[in-house]
Ligand binder design. Sequence first.
Ligand code: BV8
Length: 234
Amino acid sequence: MNDQASNIVILTGAGVSAESGLGTFRDVGGIWAKFDPMKLATPEGYAEDPDGVLEFYSARRENLIGARPNGAHLALAGLEQAWMMAGRGDFLLVTQNIDDLHEQAGSAGLIHMHGELLKTRCTACGHVFADREALALTRICPSCGHAGGLRPHVVWFGEMPLGLDPIYEALARADLFVAIGTSCTVWPAAGFVQEARAAGAWTVELSLEPGEVSALFDERHYGPATQIVPDWVR
Ligand code: BV8
């Protein structure tokens, strides 16, 4: 890893959680190979079949509740702690993942740009709350009492990702950008490497195989995240 860097932005994707037993999206046998994202991860799909969408996310919640962080999550939490202790500069972890495995590993400065599976949002009042239960249309918002307006606190296709202002600010200051376990197919995350390069950052891709924008990375290491992330952090 680059010992000179002071401001780091790390982007993670589904590959970082694959060895914790959570499926990726676009690999063979991935979630979007089995389920249609246009029916299950869009506002239009939810309007058409809310029960079907809630069932899909409830099943993923059940799967997540048994999952534990792996060596890659732990290495990133350790890197953050070392970075802050040494007073090196800014540290921002941005994840496209909706699981909570980075938090379980101890990461603190984290943005969930595609939302969080274990949270629910009320479409009537906007209240967001921690929620590990199965989702159902009959449930009532604990804040405003409205029934039938609860949805998973995730960002669907066509919706605006979360935390973009602080993310772009950090990218503009970054001197090191690392993308881990992401195919870089989903925008705007796929464009972050270009933003970082424009700011003069050194760019690193750590994944099982090259993603869509691999050519834009200065340094690339391919293999399972539980091996290549701890090796790179060391
Ligand atoms: C938006 C959350 C407006 C819920 C998800 C054309 C051009 C530009 C944009 C678009 C376009 N057409 C459509 C768009 C917009 C669209 C988009 O990008 N579509 C794509 C498909 C073309 N984007 C949006 O709609 C976004 N909003 O654009 O708003 C806007 C305007 C201006 C400025 C800003 C915004 C909202 C997108 C949010 C979608 N939500 N899901 C849920 O999960 O159900 S997307 C879904 O994909 C996932 O949640 C995940 O977050 C995301 C990214 O996937 P990856 O994490 O990369 O996973 P993937 O399976 O693809 O890859 C896994 C990688 O890991 C692989 O490379 C593999 O090799 C590697 N791997 C596997 N195992 C391991 C491993 N690596 C290491 N170790 C291992 N063991």
